[in-house]
Write a protein that binds this ligand. Sequence first.
Ligand code: ASP
Length: 357
Amino acid sequence: MDTSLSRRDFVAASAALATAPFGAPVVWSRSSVKPAVISSSNGHMFKNGGDVTCVEKAYGLIESGGDVLEALIEGVNIVELDPADTSVGYGGVPNMDGVVQLDSSCMHGDKKWAGAVAALEGVRTPSKVAYRVASDTDHHLLVGEGAQSFARNLGFKIEDDLNTERSRKIWLDWKRRIDPAHFLDPSTRKKALMAMIEEGVLDPIHAFGTINCNGIDAEGRIAGVTTTSGLAFKISGRVGDSPILGAGLYVDGSVGAAGSTGRGEANLATCASFVIVEEMRRGAHPTDACLAAMRRIKSNTVEKRLLDDRGRPNFGMEYYAIDAKGRSGGASTNPQGRFALCDSDGPRLVDCAYAWG
Ligand code: ASP
């Protein structure tokens, strides 16, 4: 156990000494930061047959002294492995060719680590591979076959097909609806998707999705991870925002962490997670920082096919952020959007700020 006094401890101890009345016992805490883990709402929902959700697992590991990034990775593994979440990992909805291609990234604010994989096939837990890119290499992003052979060489199990019966059925249903001549047209794809939701083939909560999970420990160490099967029925090889540092995830160890679920293309074009962290660097509360990124999305969305009848983006977007003080927040294009939070008060869902409110 490290018994040395960190700068943070020293500052806390000095402040306590300066204000303590003469003779009174000096009481000081190792840190003023309350450990916390936040995530998209699926981090509060799935247990993969176990006892705990993603945020509970990650928070428990952080509380017992585990490394903050390792704890978050173990948390999102629950969702990646749970076939009931069709937007992440094993059983994620496949691409237009029926192949499950996964994207993930992670960042460790304290160690200045970053790692990511994109269009990875055959590994149920892409976040674990992203972690090994960060911990074992001096690269940041591996894609496709290269990412898979990296995983294979490290001993990860490679499977032929990550579809479950359910995800394959969803894909076959989509394929039946889509005119192959028009598969490139996003409105045709969206129409098919909406019809599937209306008819109950796809559950609206999991039709789109990803998990982003960020956390801070009692020493103020911050990390984040994002993992996804990406846009449902995406064009083969399409990579979204989730594995791109600054887009679907960004962490600065002295400022905070931010990540996203929703239309990846909009985040790629605006470096949304980076924007949120930079807003927090300027002193914004995480909620306000998320809202600032939403304004960027709005001003950057001008194509008619991406606008609703009130001139607002017609796609879903959600941001989650935590700062170095342990404050958290989120913003959503859905007025009912919520994020998951777990701290000393336990796990719960918290309302996001409404993007267009
Ligand atoms: N952001 C993900 C992507 O664009 C998808 C999602 O979160 O719905 O790949």
